[in-house]
Design a protein around this ligand. Structure first.
Ligand SMILES: Cc1ncc(COP(=O)(O)O)c(C=O)c1O
Length: 406
């Protein structure tokens, strides 16, 4: 039997409606949208422009030509940061971000540093929320861009993006937000929220992999990363991935259509899981903000249990742990470390990513499994034994008396 899928931050299964919409463009309607001299090309062009409108509608963009189609959010994030950086003719400039961004932002920022740009990281609290006063303090005369995500993919924490946008604009700074995890889970409106640049990925909203978009507010100029045939108004050359784009458009339409019902349903499932974990398992710690978090995310540290072992023990549910297998070593999540979670507790953490397919019965099944397996693994832990005997093991267990710094 295939495991129950509960890792929707990593990717989502493609919606059958999306596949249906894409199918003709993988078969009979194979035209190149740049070839407008015949019906094949024109059909493809109409499909792409329709998708652009569907994407614009999901994020409240006023014009569909503000949507630049890309190969995914990694490219969109790169285009936002490098595109702005490389437009600077008069000297370099300064970027502000936070330490819990996706690597597509962090690694791009580090790359820009090597090119002579400066990057500073605004303070975040122990839930991962940006400190707005510190953000204001970081602003300099040469600050080009503030880039802060709408929602975190590991701990689900939401950022006050409308406030951040206001601060950016008061200082004449462009604001970019990676909204990959937020889209389809909460309302995001580039006009109301004041977002200038916004990254989108299709495969996180039940669309295909390898396609995404960058919203670029009218009037903002970026240096393209790919040069060639001048597609996307010269912003991103390369023959358009028509089936993928049609899939992204359909996925965006469905995300908007189902947002109210699906986000409410997933919120109820999340609360059922949260309540179950906290009432049935002792010595657990919720990572991320208790309220300001994605409707489909929970992230818990289970003291005295290794996340990887717990995941293996619960193998009929596909989950993700707070450790990343990089080469030979098991590194704990940089996001958890950035919010001050002790190394041992970071290694004890599991991320739960709910999605459309999940049901209350699946949550209940997972709860039974977790309760049983956490107990079994703790019984094998000498440290847990010591803790039971009263030995103080700071950093292994989190007690409800620990306080967050605010
Ligand atoms: C917040 C965030 N940004 C960017 C990405 C990268 O998206 P893509 O897989 O479309 O390149 C991801 C996916 O892992 C993500 O979660």
């Amino acid at each position: 039997m295939k495991p129950i899928y509960m890792d929707h931050h990593a990717t989502t299964p493609m919606d059958p409606e999306v596949l249906d919409a894409m199918m003709p463009f993988l078969t009979s309607d194979f035209g190149n949208p740049s070839s407008s001299t015949h019906i094949y090309g024109r059909q493809a062009r109409v499909a792409v422009e329709n998708a652009r409108e569907q994407i614009a509608a999901l994020i409240g963009a006023e014009r569909s030509d503000e949507i630049i189609l890309t190969s995914g959010a990694t490219e969109s994030d790169n285009l936002a940061l490098k595109g702005l950086a490389f437009r600077q003719t008069a000297g370099k400039g300064h970027f502000i971000t936070i330490a819990t961004e996706h690597k597509a932002i962090l690694d791009t920022a580090e790359f820009l540093k090597k090119q002579g740009f400066e990057v500073t990281y605004a303070r975040i609290d122990s839930y991962g929320v940006v400190d707005l006063d510190d953000l204001r303090q970081q602003i300099r005369k040469d600050t080009l861009l503030i880039t802060i995500q709408a929602a975190n993919s590991e701990i689900g924490t939401l950022q006050p993006i409308a406030d951040i946008a206001r601060i950016a604009h008061e200082n004449g700074i462009v604001f970019h937000s990676d909204a990959v995890q937020a889209l389809g889970r909460m309302a995001v409106d580039v006009v109301k929220d004041g977002i200038d640049l916004l990254s989108i990925s299709a495969h996180k909203i039940y669309g295909p992999k390898g396609v995404g978009a960058l919203y670029v507010k009218k009037g903002i100029r970026l240096q393209p990363l790919l040069h060639g045939g001048g597609h996307e108004h010269g912003m991103r050359s390369g023959t358009l991935n028509v089936p993928g784009i049609v899939g992204l458009g359909k996925a965006a339409e469905i995300a908007g259509r189902d947002l109210a019902t699906e986000s409410q349903r997933q919120l109820q499932l999340r609360e059922r899981l949260r309540h179950g974990i906290e009432s049935r398992i002792e010595l657990v710690r919720l990572n991320g903000h208790p309220q300001q978090r994605l409707v489909n995310n929970l992230n818990y540290s289970f003291s005295f249990v290794e996340g990887e072992s717990l995941m293996l023990a619960c193998r009929d549910v596909a989950l993700s742990s707070g450790s990343a297998c990089t080469s030979a070593s098991l590194q704990s999540s940089y996001v958890l470390r950035a919010i001050g979670v002790a190394e041992t507790l970071a290694h004890s953490s599991i991320r739960f990513g709910l999605g459309k397919s999940n049901t209350a019965a699946e949550v209940d099944h997972l709860l039974d499994l977790l309760q049983k397996q956490v107990k079994r693994l703790r019984e094998m832990s000498p440290l847990y034994d010591m803790a039971q005997e009263g030995v103080d093991l700071e950093n292994y267990a989190w007690s409800p008396h620990d306080h967050h710094n605010h």
